[in-house]
Design a protein around this ligand. Structure first.
Ligand code: IMP
Length: 173
């Protein structure tokens, strides 16, 4: 099989600029309240690492893992692959997602986490692909809104590859 060509959709510098803005928006929204950032594995790891450096309020970091994709298509079923280490009751929780696509994962996670009685529960997503929604759900803070293209890099994968790329890219067959 010929190696796939990778094209840059959003370069690293533009990503960093937007993340600094998002960090400022989040810091202003929470003031000096402490927040629990819940990174959704694996896709959000790079976004969370960059974002947290622009957040000025005190933070605790947790991770939760989900799985729904096989290749470039969603199975439609969301599974938890890793749970939080500590309770989030009475905490201000900010869920950190790589991308809101069909909306199934976010809807599932908001349901699971809200049952644990956080004080507040909001979402920041690096990317939003609203044209693909199968269920009505919105992020509170969004990095970039993109068209219906399968993207890789900056934490996002195709069959567990390409997560390490510093730019957001698309695969060209
Ligand atoms: P959902 O369809 O909104 O449930 O998206 C669930 C997950 O699918 C996201 O958190 C991503 O990890 C993955 N995903 C959705 N679209 C893409 C994409 O374009 N590239 C890579 N992963 C994606």
């Amino acid at each position: 099989m010929a190696p796939a060509k990778v094209e840059i959709l959003i370069p690293h510098e533009q990503i960093q600029k937007r993340i600094a803005e998002l960090g400022a928006e989040i810091s202003a929204a929470y003031g000096d309240r402490s927040i629990v950032l819940v990174g959704v594995l694996k896709g959000s790891f790079m976004f969370l690492a960059d974002l947290v450096r622009h957040i000025s309020c005190p933070v605790r970091i947790e991770f939760i893992g989900t799985k729904s994709y096989e290749g470039t298509t969603t199975s439609g079923q969301v599974q938890l692959t890793k749970d939080l280490d500590k309770p989030i009751q009475d905490e201000d929780v900010l869920l950190v997602e790589d991308i809101i696509d069909t909306g199934l994962t976010l809807t599932y996670l908001l349901h699971v986490l809200s049952q644990r009685q956080p004080r507040s529960l909001k979402t920041v997503a690096f990317l939003d692909k609203p044209s693909r929604r199968r269920i009505e759900v919105r992020g509170d803070f969004i990095g970039f809104t993109i068209e219906d293209k399968f993207v890789i890099g900056y934490g996002l994968d195709f069959e567990q590859r390409y997560r390490h790329l510093k730019d957001l890219c698309i695969l060209v067959p």
